[in-house]
Design a protein around this ligand. Structure first.
Ligand code: FES
Ligand code: CO
Length: 335
């Protein structure tokens, strides 16, 4: 799969950055190969339009925000949050209809900015614990990785890599992961299992436990195409829900956005300890994932990769995405 060659991938919401990253200045990035510019309008709401001026193609992201509109740095044309050109300081020989640049759906959810390039098939995934009494959010990462988004998603459901990739942090020594169940849903699936892990110093701090080993009870929910919520429950009652977006920027570049939702308090475990431990773990993953091929085969019959029995979650992802992108005649593509 080449993500920029799959037009139906444009029909999903993608998490692009924390709201806190959007200040007074516009920010440019690529989403599925498309240059987009993000900024906050006069009401403080995030906005996204194509990052290419109508006049001489300059990047609007090099411009400024004035009265909630984005102003091109080259000759000062201004565009509103929907992309309509609202001001031309000079004159224009011929005005087309509509007169503007492409505007995209852009909203704030979970203190993050989400963008859909085209009418999305599904709403943004629901995270019931977000904002619920007793739960807090810790915003962790927004980093660009040189790998395919599907590699990040599959890895989040791959418990066979702990003994190898995470042997320096929490990985136990048994290379065979414990059994798991998979329950399919219309827009993804949930994987449930119990995983014994080591509990090294930094992790003990991050989960507020003192034992050398522990068991993670996990309910890991995958949402097509590239989002997951991984709920881990520890024996001390701590729930740690890892919310991970793998947002496709370009063919081989993916934005790894992650926050956690937890049912403890800042006084019990400071955010910086949570972030420090997860940073260590995600750096271990990043090193390996950046060594993988970005063109992930969606069809097992392509034969380019071999599989283990415990790769079933990743295989199910591939099937779900394949069905979505290559609907059979008469089948609705969002089903
Ligand atoms: Fe944007 Fe001229 S290129 S106003
Ligand atoms: Co990992």
């Amino acid at each position: 799969m080449r993500v920029t060659q799959e037009p139906l991938l444009r029909k999903f919401w993608y998490c692009v950055m924390p709201m806190s990253a959007l200040a007074d200045k516009p920010i440019g990035m690529k989403l599925l190969g498309e240059p987009i510019v993000l900024w906050k309008d006069a009401s403080g709401a995030p906005r996204a339009v194509k990052d290419r001026c109508l006049h001489r193609t300059a990047k609007l992201s090099l411009g400024t925000v004035e009265d909630g509109n984005i102003v091109c740095p080259y000759h000062g044309w201004a565009f509103d949050g929907g992309g309509a050109c609202v001001k031309v300081p000079q004159d224009v020989v011929e005005k087309p209809h509509p007169f503007g640049v492409a505007g995209y759906r852009c909203v704030e959810r979970y203190n993050h900015v989400w963008v859909a390039l085209e009418e999305p098939f599904h709403d943004i995934p629901v995270i019931p614990e977000f904002g619920a009494p007793g739960y807090r959010q810790v915003i962790e990462f927004c980093d660009d990785w040189n790998c395919a988004p599907l590699r990040i998603m599959e890895n989040a459901f791959d418990n066979a890599h702990f003994a190898f990739v995470h042997k320096g942090s929490f990985g136990d020594t048994d290379p065979i992961p414990p059994p798991f169940t998979l329950d399919e849903m219309e827009d993804g699936f949930v994987m449930r299992t119990e995983v014994p892990v080591r509990n090294p110093e930094g992790m003990r701090d991050a989960i507020g436990m003192t034992t050398e080993r522990t068991v993670r009870r996990t309910a890991n929910r995958f949402f097509v195409p590239f989002f997951r919520t991984g709920k881990i429950t520890y024996p001390n009652g701590l729930e740690n829900i890892l919310c991970t977006a793998a947002t496709p920027m370009d063919e081989a570049r993916t934005r790894f956005v992650q926050w956690v939702i937890r049912n403890d308090t800042e006084e019990q475990v400071p955010s910086e300890k949570v972030i420090a431990f997860d940073k260590r773990v995600s750096e271990e993953d990043k090193l390996i994932l950046e060594s993988t091929d970005e063109n992930v085969p969606l069809d097992a019959s392509e034969g380019r990769e071999l599989h283990m029995t415990c790769d079933r979650p990743g295989m199910m992802m591939r099937v779900k995405i394949r069905e979505l992108l290559r609907p059979r005649p008469g089948q609705s593509s969002a089903a």
